[in-house]
Design a protein around this ligand. Structure first.
Ligand code: ATP
Length: 204
């Protein structure tokens, strides 16, 4: 078990995956809350069965998978349904994250979560690293990646935590306004700092 956890977060298209790939390239385990959340509702899983029982079988595709668009629609305008879903999934996701963190065997590990701050997962982390980009670049990169319109990306950004609020909760900030090579340079510096911080925590 690694005794030091770095939480990585940032807005849509800020570069979280690019950053966590750079840590992974240095042998640091990356636990991704989004991946865990998706696995949690895989076809045939207990959670998906619970969801289908609650919302009805229409919530499943013909292949027995979660119809995400349908679910989004069902909870979009219904706070109580959204709350029901969160109450079901959040404790299970938290538990799965805790298990993975416990199993991680490295000097330190990364917990990557777009909603790290919103979902108060910081009780699991020793430091918070925010990946930050100017909004214009965030829009440009997300549009190019997802083939979305500017208005669609702006709407998603508007629904997320405001940039300044996220930055205010950061212990470290990685400015992703340069090249991918610049990201790797910044990650190398942070990696050395985290190795040191983890080592001094072990000695405490
Ligand atoms: P999301 O939360 O939306 O999944 P993310 O925060 O993980 O996004 P990435 O997927 O890492 O963000 O980056 C968004 C897009 O921008 C990707 O297509 C990625 O390749 C590109 N990108 C990231 N950093 C840079 C960079 N420094 N220079 C150029 N392109 C970049």
């Amino acid at each position: 078990m690694s005794n030091f956890v770095v939480g990585v977060t940032g807005g849509i298209g800020s570069g979280k995956t690019t950053v966590t790939d750079a840590f992974a390239a240095r042998g640091i385990p990356v636990i991704d809350a989004d991946v865990i959340a998706r696995e949690m509702v895989a076809a045939g899983s207990d959670s998906l069965n619970d969801i289908a029982r609650h919302f009805g079988p229409d919530i499943l595709t013909a292949q027995g998978e979660l119809d995400r668009a349908q679910l989004r629609q069902r909870i979009f305008a219904d706070e109580a349904e959204k709350e029901w879903l969160n109450q079901l999934l959040h404790p299970r996701i938290r538990h799965a994250i805790e298990t993975r963190l416990n199993d991680a065997d490295a000097a330190y590990c990364i917990l990557s979560a777009p909603l790290l701050l919103e979902n108060k997962l910081t009780y699991l982390t020793n430091r918070v690293l925010v990946v930050d980009v100017p909004e214009s670049l965030q829009i440009k990169r997300t549009m190019a990646r997802d083939n979305n319109s500017e208005a669609q990306v702006e709407a998603i950004i508007a629904a997320q935590m405001p940039r300044q609020q996220r930055l205010a909760q950061a212990d470290d900030v990685l400015s992703n306004d340069g090249t991918v090579a610049d990201v790797y340079d910044q990650v190398e510096i942070l990696h050395q700092q985290y190795l040191q911080a983890a080592a001094s925590k072990r000695q405490q």
